[in-house]
Each structure stands twice: as C-alpha cells, then as structure tokens.
Design a protein around this ligand. Structure first.
Ligand SMILES: [Zn+2]
Length: 401
C-alpha cells in the first residue's frame, strides 16, 4: 500500500462524514508578503505540551492528544506548526469543526510569522489543504473548493491540490445545483473518469521499462487490473493512496487519484506492482521500502524527461518529499519508509516469506512461527508504549511546571 511519507498529510480519501453543524465563514486570505520581524521566543511550556501531544498522536491516541495540542496552541498561539498538528489530529477524531478553527488560526498566525519564506509557503499550503479536507468532511463543499483554489494560486503545479479540486467539481456536478448533502460516486464512474489517465500512465511505465531494459516486467502491467475506488463506501477504503488487493489480484486507487496527472498515477502504480510481484498476502517493511525504491527512481526519470521535453514539472507532496530523501541516499528513503510504516501499521513484519526470503524454505512451519512471534512482540511493545503514555497522564501538567 502507498502510505504518504509526507508529515502531517491531510488525507482526502475519507467521505464527508457530516454530523457537525456548519460553521461557515470565509477562510482567511493567505498573504505571503514578508512579515514584520517579531521577537519570537521559544515557549518551553508550549513545547512540552506539543511534545506530549505528538507522542500520543504517533501512538494513535488521537483523542487523548487533542487537549495537549490545544494547550500548546493556548500557550503559544503564534506557533503555526502546533495549529497544523492540532488540525490534522482533529481530522482523526472526526472533529472537523476543531480542524477548521485550527486551520484558520494557522493562517492567522502565518501573517506575523518570521519563518523563512519557504517554510511559510509550505505551512500556508498545509493549512489550506487541512481546511479543504475539514470543510469537505463537514459537508461544506463550496468552502472546500474556495480554499483549494487559494492553494492552487500558491502552488499551481501541485497535484494534491488540482486532483482534490477535480473530485470536488465532479461531486458538485452530481449534486445538481444543491450545495449540501452527500454525493456518492461509484468505482465504475470514477474509473471511467480516470480511463485516459490510466492509459497515459501505462504508456509512461512502458517507456520506463523499455528505457531500463526491463521488458520482462511488462506482462504484469497488462494482466493486473487497476481501478479507482468509489466514494460510495461499497468497499473497504484504500489504506493510504493506493493498494494492491491480493485476494482479487488488482490495484485500487483512492478516489482523488482519478483526477491526478498520469506520472503521479504511474508512480503509485509501480509501487503497487512491487506488492503484486511478491508471493504472499503479507506486507512488510522491506516490501514497502522496495515499493518506494521502485516508485521514486521512476519519479526522478519522469521529472528529468519532462524537463528535456520542455514540459512543466509535476509536483506532488509525498513523491517530492520521498524524492528529496532518495537524492540524498537510498538509505535515507528506506529510513523514512520504515519510520512511517512502523508507526502507521503497528506490528508490521520486517519481511514476509514471499518477499526478500527464499520462497522454498527449509522449515516453513518454523518461519511462520517466527513471524507470528515477531508480530506479537511488536504489538505488545506498541501496547506498552500506549499504556505508559497514558499512565503518565496523572503527572501532567505538574511535570512541566
Ligand atoms: Zn506499499
């Protein structure tokens, strides 16, 4: 599966969940005009709250983390990073109203931020993407569109923005003039929208295999079907951005990827082909590393090829972020993959029998037992971390005073 390695990535695959009252108000305009320098001093109390909030959030204790993020922002309202983390955490607890307030506060804090322009630019984008997701979740599609259009002005080539706008626009079309309410798009509908993109993505992969003298890999490109999942909740959602479903021998893409550019779809397609090429239904850290090791050199090749042809760059938060690490070294990319998957998939194995080990094992029963032991050790460790984090609760906030 293709999980995003980019930190604080506001995943857009979830459907509008509704349930919360509309708190409509225009989002704040983003100004990237250099701010007046302010004396910004580190706030140790805010940082202590933030550190604890991040630890809880990483242990999937999102509900428990929320008050600590809130304390961090109360003690230091000028810290944009804390507002963004609060907002993204709130999306995990189905609290879009909290996420909306956090996104707006992040934008407000940005107007007096003294961070370098590159960081302010990145934070403005994160805040707008967060707001887009939060408005979408709280069934305010027009506000979601509005903030994403602002994001598009900040970063016109960013695929994450244009594909979300594409999905929202199609939903609006199907809403038939109504401004509210759920719109459910089927897998067939979205796959039809994506058909030309899938065709172009396939051509790109073919060119890439040819350039790399790997025509031997071509067969699987035609025998393993790819489709986009619907937003109609008829099937389990995609974990991350794309997933290989072993039982059906098919690759499924998250709904927004129906509107992605072909090189983006192709990169995730390649990652998933790595899962399809191995011989068991398990995933592992090693397999995910190999998935990214397949996708990112392709992404590098695409960018160079586009440059040569005089075409504009295609940007994507996750792929660009992974690419930056890969340019440094493959080890850096592996480390990033390991860190992300180990956090997001507690108990994930180091390797699986069908991947990275001889297929014919001398002692398959023993190997299976070792795998189960490894998994249960990891899960026990994960549970221990959660319990000890929760046990520290009584010492707060005394611990920081
Ligand atoms: Zn994967």
């Amino acid at each position: 599966m293709s999980l995003s390695l980019y930190p604080s990535y506001p995943a857009f695959s979830a459907l509008p969940q509704g349930g919360e009252p509309n708190t409509s108000a225009s989002p704040l305009p983003v100004s990237l005009v250099p701010a007046k320098p302010l004396a910004s001093s580190a706030n140790p109390v805010a940082n202590a709250y933030l550190a604890r909030a991040v630890r809880l959030s990483k242990a999937h204790l999102h509900r428990e983390a929320q008050p600590y993020f809130q304390q961090a922002t109360t003690h230091q309202p000028s810290q944009v990073k804390a507002w963004l983390q609060l907002g993204n955490n709130a999306l995990h607890t189905d609290s879009p109203t909290v996420a909306i307030q956090a996104g707006k506060s992040a934008l407000a804090a940005l107007t007096s931020s003294t961070e370098p322009d590159t960081i302010r630019h990145e934070q403005a984008l994160s805040a707008l993407l967060l707001l887009g997701q939060a408005y979408h979740k709280s069934q305010q599609p027009l506000l979601a569109l509005q903030v994403l259009q602002q994001a598009q002005q900040v970063a016109p080539n960013l695929d994450d923005v244009t594909r979300r706008i594409g999905l929202l626009n199609l939903e609006q079309t199907h809403r038939g003039g109504l401004m509210q309410g759920d719109v459910l798009l089927s897998s067939a509908q979205l796959s039809q929208v994506a058909a030309p993109t899938l065709e172009d993505a396939q051509k790109l992969i073919l060119q890439y295999f040819t350039a790399r003298n790997r025509r031997d890999l071509v067969d699987s490109l035609f025998t393993i079907p790819v489709r986009v999942l619907g937003t109609d909740k008829q099937e389990p959602p995609v974990a991350g951005l794309a997933e290989y479903r072993h039982a059906n021998r098919e690759i499924v893409l998250t709904p927004e990827l129906a509107f992605a550019k072909p090189p983006v779809v192709a990169a995730y397609w390649l990652h998933e082909l790595v899962h399809a090429w191995d011989n068991d239904a398990l995933t592992s850290i090693m397999e995910e590393e190999d998935g990214y090791r397949a996708a990112i050199p392709f992404w590098d090749w695409v960018q160079k090829d586009r440059k040569k042809a005089g075409l504009s760059a295609v940007n994507e938060l996750n792929l660009d972020f992974a690419h930056q690490s890969w340019v440094n070294s493959v080890d850096k990319l592996d480390f990033l993959v390991r860190d992300t998957y180990a956090h997001q998939l507690p108990g994930v194995l180091e390797s699986s029998p069908g991947h990275g080990r001889p297929l014919i094992s001398a002692n398959p029963t023993q190997e299976r037992e070792n795998d189960l032991q490894e998994q249960s050790d990891k899960l026990a460790q994960y549970e221990n971390t959660r319990q000890s984090l929760l046990a520290e609760e009584s010492q707060w906030p005394g611990q920081i005073s």
